[in-house]
Design a protein around this ligand. Structure first.
Ligand SMILES: NC(=O)c1ccc[n+]([C@@H]2O[C@H](COP(=O)([O-])OP(=O)(O)OC[C@H]3O[C@@H](n4cnc5c(N)ncnc54)[C@H](O)[C@@H]3O)[C@@H](O)[C@H]2O)c1
Length: 333
């Protein structure tokens, strides 16, 4: 039987990943601080569902608490650690940058220290497509330089990649950094566009459309993303060769991998998909570009395809409909 430690297990992605691993017979340890960045009730509910499944044990705690993760790892001896706990959100990092230092920098440091003391077979850490920052070459490839982050959120995530690289090099910890591209689906985050738009449209409120709708996003459906994480957990850096597009470090068992859909969607088409799924028209508030945001994201999937084969790519209209169904059931609207 295999054991995983998932940080941020009450979060959107952590919850889905834990469910999937538990379903495959893994033992899963989870840690989450239940931060009040968004509805804590939603996080508690996700953890309640996990707690009802055999093999799950969750604790409430902050990853940056000195020594806490090390204690958990000493007890659990996980085969893999999937570090998803973070202060997420581009826009919030303008208002509350310190929370990003605590959760993302100090938190990741504690994860690395714990992995140094009790090395897992594979350490997998969430970074973000926002790490590509001001890059304009599309699609974004992992081997492209990414030196110009546009938000403090992205900067802390890019710093996490570098911090993890140094630990991978110094202590030989095999590490995969994920650059996730706008993940969506049932149980999704209330601070993200799909949730906000669905809520507004169903309650007859207008929606804010940034950059006058001139935005492109590579939206990744949650089940496809989890499939990517599960497959990559077995692709330990340093053991699986790829081509010259590989981001594998020349000095450490460390690589960064995009997980996206590979088909960017225009924001206005995304809104239309929500309108169709809800059966209502949205009242559109056209707004300027938000500070810190980027107009387009698009994942180059060459590396992940070579490492683990093509992932399923749920069509945006099907994925949006799945979210809207969940939203209506959960909130009874
Ligand atoms: N959802 C996306 O589109 C997306 C895109 C790119 C990257 N990511 C990254 O993926 C990871 C998971 O994202 P998500 O969408 O599930 O977000 P989420 O906010 O739903 O999940 C993160 C979880 O971490 C917990 N947390 C926050 N600070 C903590 C701390 N200091 N100690 C312990 N737990 C803490 C939160 O309570 C939350 O439950 C994050 O690292 C995020 O930056 C997500």
């Amino acid at each position: 039987m295999k054991t995983a430690l998932i940080t941020g297990s009450a979060g959107f992605i952590g919850f889905h990943l834990a469910q999937r691993l538990l379903g495959e017979g893994w033992t899963v340890r989870g840690i989450d601080s239940f931060s009040d960045y968004y509805d804590v009730g939603l996080k508690r509910r996700r953890h309640e569902i996990l707690s009802a499944l055999p093999g799950f044990e969750g604790v409430e705690g902050r990853v940056e608490t000195p020594g806490l993760l090390r204690e958990i790892m000493q007890d659990a001896r996980p085969d893999i650690v999937v570090h998803l706990a973070a202060q997420a959100g581009v826009r919030h990092s303008i208002d509350a940058p310190r929370s990003y230092v605590e959760a993302n920098l100090l938190g990741t440091y504690e994860v690395l220290e714990a992995a140094r003391a009790i090395p897992p077979k594979h350490l997998l850490i969430a970074s973000t497509s926002s790490a590509f920052g001001a890059n304009t070459k599309m699609p974004y490839a992992e081997t492209d330089r990414a030196d110009h982050q546009m938000s403090f959120y992205a900067a802390t995530k890019k710093a996490g990649e570098s911090m993890a690289h140094s630990y991978a090099h110094l202590y030989g910890i095999p590490t995969t950094m994920f650059r996730f591209f706008t993940v969506y689906g049932p149980w999704g985050r209330p601070d993200m566009a799909l949730f906000k738009f669905t809520k507004a449209i169903l309650s007859g409120q207008p929606i804010d459309i940034y950059n006058n709708g001139d935005m492109l996003r590579d939206f990744t459906f949650i089940d496809d993303l989890v499939e990517g994480i599960v497959r990559l957990s077995a692709a330990i850096p340093g053991t699986v060769p790829a081509g010259d597009f590989d981001s594998l470090s020349p000095v450490a068992p460390w690589r960064v991998v995009n997980i996206g859909n590979g088909t960017p969607v225009r924001l206005l088409d995304f809104v239309e998909a929500i309108e169709d799924a809800t059966g209502r028209r949205a009242e559109r508030n056209l707004m300027p570009m938000q500070p810190g945001d980027v107009p387009a994201t698009w994942a180059d999937a060459t590396l992940i395809d070579a490492l683990v084969g093509k992932l399923p790519h749920t069509d945006i209209r099907d994925g949006v409909a799945r979210f809207v169904d969940w939203y209506r059931g959960y909130y009874r609207v």
